[in-house]
Write a protein that binds this ligand. Sequence first.
Ligand code: FHN
Length: 448
Amino acid sequence: MRLFFTLLCLVSLGFAQAQKDYLNESVQQKSERMEWWRDATFGMFIHWGPYAVPAGEYKGKDVNGVAEWIMHTGNIPINEYETYVKQFNPTQFNAKEWVRIAKDAGMKYIVITSKHHDGFSLWDSKVTNYDIIDDAPFKRDILKELSDACNEAGMQMCFYHSIMDWHQPDAESKKEYTHQNTVAPDFARYRETYLKPQLKELVEKYDPAVLWFDGEWIPEWTEEQGRDLYNYLRNLKPNLIINNRVGKGRAGMQGMNLYKNAAGDFGTPEQEILEGTSDTDWESCMTMNDSWGFKKTDHNWKSSELLIHNLIDIAAKGGNYLLNVGPNAQGLIPVASVERLREMGEWMKINQDAIYATNSTKKYKEGDVKYTVSKDGNFVYAIVTKPVVGELVLHNVDLKRGSKIYMLGVNDPLKFKADSNGSLHIEWPKELPCKYAWTLKITGSPKF
Ligand code: FHN
């Protein structure tokens, strides 16, 4: 008997020791864990699943809103939505090609929907058959192929995962999304026997760098459950990064924390960019057209110039840019997206030093110029977003005496004069190395 209790104590002690509290880690510890993410600045968001089959159309009519919500906005019963699952066979899917497109665009990480609100799993899950191997004709593990391609290319693999689940009977009481009149569900059972086991699978099988939660707004979910889930996942993988939608702390689409110790590592502005800089890490997620999931009638594409200017604005404010693509039911990223990403990559090849691994500065904007600062503090990057005629005057930079000013992509230094106030009068070059925006590399420091 004594031996039994001794063993029981040892086991429970061991378990207790394993459950470390990561909610109160030091600033230094968080900085070390977040460093690659902060340096990366630019990532690809991928919304993909059976909703790519209807692609925004139901019973011959265009369904209003984003395509990945069609089950709800189209009022589609579960058994009818499952017919799209039976048709989801993206035979042209090529993970290496998707990763190449992202890498060539200058993106450093990919966040793909492992499970969106419709509850369908894009990997071979042992927790359910409602997944790409068991219930769809495709029978290939999409997340494994994409993870392997990311690892091969040095790209960070990350997963979006919805807490809300329109397919699991226990997952929501109001049934406003699944139109099911079933008995009162057991949300705790869904959380403990479905949600958490699936997340454990994802962490242990694919080793994601980030878990990007969503669908946390349902009444069944609480900040307390979010804090528990955050710790649970960090105990599975201590250097995992998790967004602030793991709890209830985000302020709607503005995305930043409503209160100081909200669970999660970064804020998540959606379809918008913060007004200014923030002491909290943040990442703006945005679509290239209007829909996250592929929508055949959505041709409202943002220009490459606007996408590049968004990236510059976000980097100057110290954030990350998570730019979305919605692949179609054949497994192809829309041509309009690929074309814009190619142009962004051309720009990044010349100007990336002003975007990656930079810090923001208090006065990050001066007219049509956005500023970033190199991590070592030696250089100021002045990114000019409008063409200049004649000379450009910069007031916000302390130039290191005797140093030169270069435009990234141009070999020879630019001609300039510093006036008695230290303002720099820079002669604009005739030949420009790229379109849409141009970076001046200045040895010195920001005045503000
Ligand atoms: O409902 C989702 C939506 O489908 C999409 O996934 C966006 C992107 O993060 N998040 C939610 C809307 O806020």
